[in-house]
Design a protein around this ligand. Structure first.
Ligand SMILES: [Zn+2]
Length: 189
């Protein structure tokens, strides 16, 4: 048997009637096949963290080795320069800066979540006036908290949420209709 496109010999098991490279080329030029394949890839990138991490690693390695080629490195720089031009458009820089402030506030709030608001000033004093390391200042503040304050802070930062009743599947794996008729039958009066 030979490939119907390039006449190279192929195995009898070939389902497409083409050699591997011709079959791949034909798939790549079929919009339906291309769309189906990119959709499958997109879904797997979304649902499979291990696959996603592996692809990211591969891409990173490929970029690193590609940049050893001066022509590719120049192209990379060109792309970065093009992207930077977008930052010079009116309003873009202002929007970015405005977002930074909010992001900084949120990050601070996340990092300091362990510390009750009443102790923030003391923490700041230890860090800035006493030039203490963050971990040391945190240790000192935490040592000052009463058990009640610690509990309050835990609740404030969301630990209390898990105190809501947890309905397991086994607790309510009945249908509403079945249950309400049972209730009606068993209900006094
Ligand atoms: Zn071929």
């Amino acid at each position: 048997m030979i490939c119907s496109d390039c006449s190279r010999p192929i195995t009898r098991q070939s389902k497409t009637g083409r050699c591997r490279s011709c079959a791949a080329r034909r798939c790549g030029s079929d919009p339906v096949m291309v769309a189906r394949r990119s959709e499958a890839l997109r879904r797997r990138m979304r649902d499979d963290p291990a696959f996603r991490a592996r692809r990211a690693r591969e891409l990173h390695c490929r970029n690193l080795s590609a940049r050893k080629d001066p022509a590719v490195a120049a192209r990379f720089l060109e792309i970065i320069r093009e992207n930077r031009k977008g930052l010079n458009k009116p309003g873009v820089r202002e929007r970015w800066l405005a977002g930074r402030k909010e992001a900084g506030r949120k990050r601070h709030e996340t990092v300091m979540a362990w510390c009750p608001p009443e102790y923030r000033a003391e923490y700041k004093r230890l860090r800035q006036s006493k030039k203490m390391l963050a971990a040391e200042a945190k240790r000192i503040i935490l040592a000052q908290l009463t058990p009640f304050e610690r509990k309050m802070q835990a609740v404030r930062t969301g630990a209390g949420i898990s105190a809501k009743p947890v309905l397991r599947a086994s607790d309510h794996s009945y249908s509403l209709i079945g249950n309400s008729s049972q209730l009606a039958a068993g209900a006094p009066g």
